[in-house]
Design a protein around this ligand. Structure first.
Ligand code: Z5A
Ligand code: MG
Length: 211
């Protein structure tokens, strides 16, 4: 069990507000790690391919309404439905690069005025990331980037509230901030430095989030 823990894959999560470059950086990091010979898989939340994911997609696209509580629980269930697969991959030595996680779940719901403690409960016990890379953008950069404003939550004032909740969730023991203002390649180098260090460290057995 000890060698298994030492050789397990690492769970790297990208978080942050809209258009900060999470998806771009997840793809670049995954490619780079794979080229370097690592076993690595990329996942994203919401995973819009499952039946729960389709309900979430309809909500985000404003095609369907849900109460705040229901959509919150669907986002969480959409993570829980991947836990078995994730745990298998990690224990088999595959690194996982994940685009958004429970922190987005809490940040977007609490930004609507929902109780933060209530919002956190459904995600308690998910696999804990080895590192959260929290991407920031200064000023109006987000709204200047492509496609901003197409979905339900893509409004400037709302994004500012989301950012405030992320700041409350920030845990310096395993979060690192990456400034997304630079060029895609500059940001990638910052990300890669952080992840290289995590990958070469023995992080012990898998842990559960917020337990
Ligand atoms: N949500 C929730 O409420 N509860 C939950 O539990 C979860 C999510 C998991 C959809 O998420 C919504 O779901 C989201 C949160 C909510 N709502 N909002 N807002 P999503 O992950 O599917 O969202 P998305 O559509 O992928 O967008 P995004 O994540 O906001 O964008 P991003 O991934 O951070 O950025 P990007 O796609 O990499 O880049 C955006 C654009 O900027 C693109 O044209 C890039 O080419 C460009 N870009 C990227 N990097 C740079 C740099 N460095 N310079 C210049 N331009 C750049
Ligand atoms: Mg994205």
């Amino acid at each position: 069990a000890i060698t298994m823990a030492a050789r397990r894959g690492k769970l790297i999560v990208f978080e942050g507000c809209d258009r900060s470059g999470k998806s771009t950086q997840c793809a670049m990091l995954t490619d780079r790690l794979r080229k370097d010979g690592h076993k690595v898989e990329q996942l994203k939340f919401p995973d819009r391919t499952t039946s729960i994911g389709i309900m979430i997609n309809n909500y985000l696209a404003n095609k369907e309404d849900q109460s705040d509580e229901v959509i919150h629980l669907l986002f969480s269930a959409n993570r829980w439905e991947q836990m078995q697969k994730m745990s298998k991959l990690l224990l088999g030595g595959t690194h996982l690069v994940i685009d958004r996680y429970a922190y987005s779940g809490i940040a977007y719901s609490a930004a609507k005025g929902m109780d933060l403690h209530w919002c956190r409960q459904p995600d308690v016990g998910l696999i804990k990331p080895d590192r959260v890379i929290y991407m920031t953008l200064t000023g109006d950069k987000a709204s200047e980037r492509a496609d901003f404003g197409g979905e339900r939550y893509e409004k400037k004032e709302f994004q500012a509230k989301v950012e405030k909740v992320f700041e409350q969730l920030h845990d310096p023991t395993y979060w690192q901030v990456v400034n997304g203002d630079g060029s895609i390649n500059e940001v990638h180098e910052d990300v890669f430095k952080i992840v290289s260090e995590v990958i070469s460290t023995d992080c012990g057995p898998l842990n559960k989030l917020w337990t």
